[in-house]
Design a binder for this molecule. Structure first.
Ligand code: HEM
Length: 555
């Protein structure tokens, strides 16, 4: 009996060993081949292997975490100083990314959108949250969608959206007024996390201006869509290996993580709300019942304009958007138009609290206006407000970089030659299909070559003295790369500028900004998409900017 079971065991062990040998050896062979391809083969055949760059800090992740975990500028700036305006660093599994601050290279990459797409992972990830809107499509689809959406954000139409910006800004004052006395129930110092309230207000603004939908979150109302969206954005803040690896293993997009589950539910709610909005707009338009509304003038929200244009009988069929594409624009506007503006305004609050001299000067400029809601012309003639906004968006571009993915082999020019590893100067580089190019917006905006030796100082006066210095930076606004350039430039930049100016006008006239007495060390970190404030030592609390607001009595 004992010898029978021993021989069964032997048999099992032999079968297991043979299975391991039969299956294990080929798998091991495949792993070795994959590693040889990913590392030595790829490095050896890289057409731009002559570019210099930092040694990777991790075998698998390359230099990705060095950048993701560091405060703004801590990784890219020293690399650029050491290796020149265009360099390469290793990313995932032996792949390489080119990093550039060369304005001509940047202009070339941003203009040639058929050769350089946004990252496929970015498009997939964002598309899962908000649908296939202008934010994630490429080539002809992008051209068609962009044509339809961009007219809704023309200078004329943005002017029609200003009533909602004023209304929500004053609602924000009310909310903050109620909070400041109570110190947000945490203490009685008047310290509040201004970022949270700016996120709410800017969501309401883009909701109303974008698709005539009031989230009512400035006043603190819970709405299913804003709750799930903010929940998803919150989960996106933690750097995640699963997210990083999903660029190589797309199956991970469906991994049962909290974030993926939250994305699915955000999308579900967004689809339901979006379809209701589109159906309502269509009905109104069909019945020609577009009337002057309290919040938007003449149905001037972007989606109404889009639906209206889309229903025009004389529109060419190949210019028309499907209902799903219109739906995708609602998600695109919510995502692109909320966190970006809120981040800019959050950093504005930080500067105001830290620089009372600048704050006083700005308030004096704003107080020169008699009305509470000046018209666009009057607002645009306030010189220091304009300087402040230029400097804010130069110094703190909410998106500190964009990445492009090369879809065919090509050559890109360099206007700032770099010394190759072989010691020779290079004035162009061959780029192979699959390469990613990171465009370092922040480093270009803070370049000493363009802005002078004080480029790293926040100084709105620079725009008064010299105006905007001439340079070959290809930005669509202010000689800055903040809203980038080319066919994918920020479609909402006019709206964003108006929004930032109006919120500042209202907040600075109604509150004094002061540093939190605890004087927290605040660092700029990439969180979800933008460069947001994190309090050192309190990282687990997520993004926040504690400041003290003291209400100003106005007659
Ligand atoms: C200060 C605020 C803002 C900044 C700094 C900013 C910046 C940018 C940047 C850098 C891009 C290019 C992204 C890429 O291609 O990788 C972009 C695209 C875009 N932005 Fe903004 N944005 C801001 C506010 C807004 C607002 C308020 C809206 C909506 C009204 C908006 C709508 C869009 C859209 C739809 C795109 C995609 C355009 C396309 O691909 O054709 N943005 N933005």
């Amino acid at each position: 009996m004992a010898s029978a079971s021993l021989s069964t065991l032997h048999g099992l062990a032999a079968a297991l060993t043979s299975a391991l040998v039969n299956v294990g050896i080929p798998i091991l062979g495949l792993i070795i081949l994959a590693l040889l391809y990913a590392y030595p083969y790829r490095a050896f055949t890289l057409p731009y292997r002559n570019l210099q760059g930092p040694p990777p800090s991790s075998f698998v992740l390359g230099s990705l975490l060095t950048h993701a975990m560091a405060p703004l500028g801590a990784a890219y700036k020293p690399w650029v100083a050491k290796y020149g305006a265009t360099l390469r660093y290793r990313s995932l599994f032996g792949a390489w990314t080119i990093l550039t601050v060369d304005p001509v290279t940047v202009g070339h990459v941003l203009q040639h959108t058929r050769q350089f797409h946004r990252q496929a992972t970015f498009n997939e990830f964002i598309g899962r949250i908000c649908g296939k809107g202008v934010l994630v499509v490429e080539n002809d689809d992008h051209k068609r969608q962009r044509r339809a959406v961009s007219s809704a954000f023309s200078a004329f139409n943005v002017r029609g959206m200003t009533p909602v910006l004023w209304e929500k800004s004053y609602e924000l004052v009310k909310t903050l007024d109620a909070l400041t006395g109570k110190g947000e129930a945490k203490d009685s110092t008047g310290t509040i996390d201004i970022h949270k309230y700016l996120m709410r207000a800017t969501l309401d603004m883009i909701g109303l201006a974008g698709f005539n939908y009031d989230f009512e979150s400035t006043g603190g109302r819970k709405n299913p869509l804003s709750t799930t969206l903010f929940g998803t954005v919150q989960l996106m803040q933690a750097p995640s290996l699963i997210r990083i690896f999903s660029s190589v293993f797309p199956v991970l997009f469906d991994a049962p993580t909290k974030l993926n589950e939250s994305i699915v539910s955000t999308r579900r709610v967004m689809d339901t709300v979006g379809r209701e909005i589109i159906t309502a707009r269509k009905k109104e338009l069909e019945a020609e019942q577009v009337k002057v509304e309290k919040r938007t003038q003449l149905g001037m929200d972007a989606v109404s304009l889009l639906v209206k244009a889309n229903m025009a009988a004389d529109l060419r069929d190949d210019h028309r958007l499907t209902d799903n594409e219109v739906l995708g624009q609602i998600g695109a506007l919510m995502l692109a138009g909320n966190e970006t503006s809120a981040t800019a305004l959050t950093w504005a609050s930080w500067h105001l609290a830290h620089r009372p001299d600048i704050q006083d000067k700005l308030r004096a400029d704003l107080d020169s206006v008699d009305e509470d809601r000046p018209d666009v012309e009057r607002l645009q003639t306030l010189p220091y407000l304009d300087q402040f906004v230029h400097e804010l968006l130069r110094f703190d571009p909410p998106l500190h970089r964009v990445i492009r993915h090369c879809v065919e082999d090509t050559v890109v020019p360099l206007s700032i030659p770099v010394r190759g590893r072989d010691g020779k100067m290079m004035d162009s580089i061959k780029v192979s299909k699959g390469t990613e190019i990171a465009i370092a917006i922040n480093e270009i905006n803070r370049s000493k070559d363009i802005w002078g030796p004080d480029a790293e100082e926040f100084n709105p006066d620079r725009f008064a003295k010299a105006g905007i210095p001439a340079s070959n930076v290809p930005g669509i606004w202010g000689n800055l790369l903040t809203f980038i350039a080319g066919p994918h430039n920020c479609l909402g930049y006019r709206f964003a500028l108006m929004e930032i100016k109006i919120v500042l006008f209202v907040l600075v006239r109604n509150f004094k900004f002061e540093i939190d007495p605890a004087d927290p060390v605040v660092e700029r970190r990439v969180r979800s998409f933008t460069m947001r404030p994190v309090v050192i030592g309190r990282e687990s609390e997520g993004i926040q900017l504690p400041v003290v607001l003291r209400p100003i009595k106005r007659d």
